[in-house]
Each structure stands twice: as C-alpha cells, then as structure tokens.
Write a protein that binds this ligand. Structure first.
Ligand SMILES: [Fe+2]
Ligand SMILES: [Fe+2]
Length: 260
C-alpha cells in the first residue's frame, strides 16, 4: 500500500510557508510516499516563479502542477522548461513551454501525474479535457504503475463527468481551482478516487485567498482594486489517497486539513 498526498492550490507566501513548515512532518507522520501540489497561485496569488517552485520542491513536494494562472508571472515561460519537478496543464496548445506530465518513482512504484483544464466558465485556449485525458492515459499507462489526473476547473459538473469518464482507468481524479474543499471524497465503483475540489492551501479568512474587504468592495461598486493575499487562518488542504500497490486502484481517499 502506498500513500499519496495531493495539496490544493498554494496561495502566496502564507501558502508557501505552511507547506515548508508542515510537509516534511506530514510525510513522516502519515508515511506518505508521494506529494503533489498545485502551485498556480504561489506568487502573490497569481502564477509561480523558479525560486518559489524550488522552495516548494525543497520542502518535500515531489511534483508541482499548475492551472489557468500558469503564465501569470513574467519570465516563467523561460524557466519552466528547466524545472524537472513542474508540469503545466496538458491540454494547453502544444507550443506552450514546459512538461505536460511528470512521473515520480518511490520504492519502485511509478506515479504519473498530469493536469487538464476544464472549459466550462474558463476561457483558455485548451483542448477538450476528456479527449486529452484519454490520449495522455494511452501514452502513460506503459510508463507508470498509477496515474493521477488533476481536473483544474470551475464547474463541479465537468469535474464529476471526468471522474466517471476515467473511473477504473486511473488511480485518482482530483479537482482544483475553486479553492473550496468539497465534502464528496470517495472511491468510484471501478476504483478511482475522486474529489471535486481538494481545497486551497493558504489563508481561509479571505475570499479564495484574497483580502476580504477588497473583494467585498469590488462586488459592491465594481471598481478595480488590488486584491492582496490575506494572512489569517492559514491551512493546508489536501487529499490523502491510499493506493493498492498491486492493482494501482485507490483504496481510500480523505480530505486532510492542517492548521497552523
Ligand atoms: Fe485556477
Ligand atoms: Fe487557484
């Protein structure tokens, strides 16, 4: 039996700091073999850069995934190719720099991970996440013992549909992007762990990680303003998945929350 921790969107310095503080301890306490984290909001809430990615990897994260904020930090498009532990969403145009998947190996067991962006209420130049996932699975199944698919999407319907579409073909389909953990963690009938959203790693006294007053004011008057990353009630939100070593099916999935 192996254990995989999938950490939801790391937001700003509070998110990066709690990952550095707690991931090494979490790995030990829960005997975790693999740690994957979405880092799309690591840089002040928008994007990531090389130094930040390195600090997250140094904290004990094996693989960093990204989402719709992938290109928010200027210059990252020139750095991502050199970062072996980072991949960008797989269904972006082929010409986008960066890896479209990662394979991590521990104890002779190989876990492949890739992200697909949803297309409902998300306006990126992305291919169909369903067909992209089918293609990626065909490509990766000979190279990996288990496949983890991240669905970075707004609509719960699109996330659930992808979970059912991939049930029995991958170890887990895990949602990110909405920054709110959902209470639906379960193993689908054919053995795929599923959760609509694993939640956000950052400040929860906030609106999706940003300063409450600024976001409320924006809703009231519609005027643009800076949304600073909030600072209080910082948590890690993650999915802890148990993987059966022989069949690579998911045995269990649960939400794991860590408070400071
Ligand atoms: Fe996102
Ligand atoms: Fe996010």
């Amino acid at each position: 039996m192996l254990k995989l921790l999938f950490i939801g969107d790391i937001v700003g310095r509070p998110g990066r700091d709690i990952v550095s503080e707690h991931v090494p301890k979490l790995r030990r306490e829960h005997s975790i073999d693999f740690v994957i984290a979405n880092g799309e909001n690591a840089a002040a809430g928008a994007g990531i850069n090389g130094a930040m990615a390195k600090s997250i990897l140094d904290a004990g994260v094996d693989a960093i995934t990204l989402g719709d904020h992938v290109w928010d930090q200027r210059g990252w498009e020139n750095e991502i190719g050199q970062m072996e532990g980072v991949c960008r969403p797989a269904n972006l145009p082929k010409s986008n720099p960066g890896r479209d998947h990662l394979i991590i190996e521990k104890r002779g067991f190989r876990v492949a991970v890739f992200t697909v962006l949803g297309r409902t209420y998300l306006n990126l130049k992305a291919d169909c996440p369903f067909l992209c996932a089918d293609r990626m699975i065909e490509q990766l199944k000979a190279q990996a013992d288990a496949i983890i698919v991240e669905i970075h999407a707004e609509a719960t319907s699109e996330k659930q549909a992808l979970g059912w579409h991939l049930d029995g073909r991958v170890t887990a389909v895990l949602g990110t992007h909405t920054h709110v953990p959902t209470a639906d963690a379960r193993v689908l009938p054919k053995g795929t762990a599923f959760m609509c959203d694993v939640g956000m790693t950052g400040p929860y006294q906030s609106v999706l990680g940003r300063d409450v007053n600024a976001v409320v004011a924006r809703f009231l008057d519609g005027m643009p303003r800076r949304f600073e990353v909030a600072t209080e009630d910082v948590r890690i939100s993650a999915a802890l998945v148990q993987i059966g070593a022989s069949k690579a099916n998911a045995e269990k999935i649960e939400l794991l929350t860590v408070r400071r």
